[in-house]
Write a protein that binds this ligand. Structure first.
Ligand code: SF4
Ligand code: SF4
Length: 451
């Protein structure tokens, strides 16, 4: 259920943007969302904003329930500018980046695009992405932190996160943030107002998550970013086989009890929920024939009241436009729809896919393996019912094994990029935010190919 107190009144939003009642009414009368076009000036004019907003508890800020994940921006700054213009003109005001996206260029691209809009029209989130041990010293970490201000061209950061919390458990968390005094430094920066809200993005090993929340009286987290979608709600731990991972239901409920709002990543579970196998999508189509699978997944996430914003990596105008439509305004799921999605999730849990989000943090592999390419192909084969292979004496065994081999050649024409090039050097292991045991999963693919 929507909490009307937490949803922003549209007129109020327009007033805060500096539009009086007359101009607000004029804007409301304008034609609805227009198709993004590089040839038209439409991205420059205010649109009929119908976006759903959530109120950030501490500051009262109105945050768009659709957040812009900047990770996969196009290379062209002009295209980035146009995407950002379109997003802002249609009410999106939360932009999430990191110093580690695109080798550091992502923050610069984000800053360039955002600075062309008044500072009070957007909120920027970035991160302490000190995965590399060079940044485990306080000086190294501070240089990454200060560089974010320069790259983004801002004097304060609205939402700052400790990135990738939980990877390698307390073993990495302590030297990254505690022993070097970095968390104390970030708390002081929050007190000084250079950081407006301090939080963390959680990427597995619930021991660290629990530790942070158990110390909430000391740290007063303003928000937390978690992976949540209708499959990971109850099947995250089951699917990944991590020792200490937790389902999104546990994470969300624990944050909710403490009044810490959630920023959601992976609402589409690495894109998998955007294209379901026919037998699953048909069940959803029977209820809402015109809705995309992505729209179902976003509506499910946005229906949880403790969600502050839902990040979507939108690297082209079509995705952006479709997502803006979904959230303008967001139509919350009914109880029956929630039950249907829970049932779909149970069915999906039987599909042995690899939870790769194609973020490419693990790349490049020194031996040339296209890690996300292999995983994407494997998952595709699952969706197409080629995998899992039947028993060897089954009538269609040979045919499906051949289909899997043929499909791989089509998907990855260069043999050097295949799973079998993996030398098990483990260089990629610590880089994967999904904590996928990459060499093991690649070995599983090689075994499948051998039949
Ligand atoms: S473990 Fe395999 S896939 Fe990972 S970096 Fe080494 S060779 Fe590449
Ligand atoms: S294997 Fe992990 S790091 Fe590599 S692309 Fe997939 S999710 Fe990202």
């Amino acid at each position: 259920m929507k909490d009307p107190k937490k949803e922003m009144n549209r007129r109020e939003f327009l007033r805060r943007l500096g539009f009086g009642t007359a101009s607000a009414m004029a804007m409301m009368a304008m034609e609805p969302l227009e198709v993004f076009s590089r040839d038209k000036e439409t991205s420059q004019k205010p649109a009929d904003i119908r976006m759903t907003y959530r109120v950030q508890h501490g500051s009262g800020e109105q945050i768009s329930l659709l957040g812009f994940g900047m990770m996969r921006l196009p290379d062209s700054q002009e295209e980035v500018n146009q995407l950002v213009d379109f997003a802002i003109n249609h009410g999106v005001n939360y932009f999430d980046t990191s110093p580690m996206y695109k080798g550091g260029r992502n923050e610069t691209q984000t800053g360039e695009a955002l600075k062309r809009h008044p500072r009070d029209k957007w909120f920027v989130a970035t991160k302490m992405s000190n995965y590399d041990q060079r940044y485990w010293t306080i000086d190294g970490a501070k240089s990454m932190y200060e560089n974010s201000f320069k790259a983004l061209q801002v004097d304060h950061i609205d939402y700052y996160l400790m990135h990738g919390i939980g990877q390698n458990g307390m073993k990495d968390f302590n030297p990254r943030f505690i022993n070097n005094g970095l968390l104390d430094f970030l708390l002081k920066e929050r007190d000084a107002g250079r950081i407006r809200h301090l939080g963390f993005s959680y990427h597995g090993n619930v021991e660290v998550f629990d530790w942070l929340l158990d110390h909430n009286d000391k740290y007063h987290w303003d928000f937390a970013q978690i992976q949540m979608n209708y499959v990971d709600w109850r099947h995250a731990s089951l699917k990944r086989g991590w020792n200490k991972d937790a389902d999104a239901e546990y994470l969300y409920n624990k944050l909710d009890k403490l009044g810490i709002q959630c920023v959601i990543m992976e609402p589409l579970r690495g894109g998998a929920l955007g294209r379901l196998p026919d037998e699953l999508s048909n069940q959803l189509k029977a209820v809402r024939p015109d809705d995309s699978m992505a729209r179902w997944a976003f509506r499910w996430v946005g229906s949880r009241p403790n969600v502050l914003t839902t990040l979507s990596g939108m690297n082209n105008a079509d995705h952006l436009k479709e997502n803006v439509l979904t959230f303008s305004p967001l139509e919350t799921c009914t109880e029956a729809e929630n039950m249907l999605l829970a049932n779909i999730a149970d069915q999906m849990a039987g599909f042995p896919t690899i939870p790769c989000t194609t973020c490419r943090y693990c790349m490049p592999c020194p031996y040339g393996v296209d890690i996300p390419g292999n995983f994407a192909y494997y998952n595709e084969a699952v969706h197409n019912h080629i995998l899992p292979l039947p028993e060897k004496d089954a009538a269609d065994y040979k045919e499906r094994l051949q289909a899997f081999n043929d499909g791989l050649i089509k998907a990855l024409p260069d043999e050097k990029t295949w799973a079998h090039s993996c030398m098990d050097c483990e260089e990629c292991l610590s880089k994967c935010p999904q904590q996928i045991r990459i060499p093991n999963q690649l070995a599983r693919i090689v075994e499948t190919l051998r039949g």
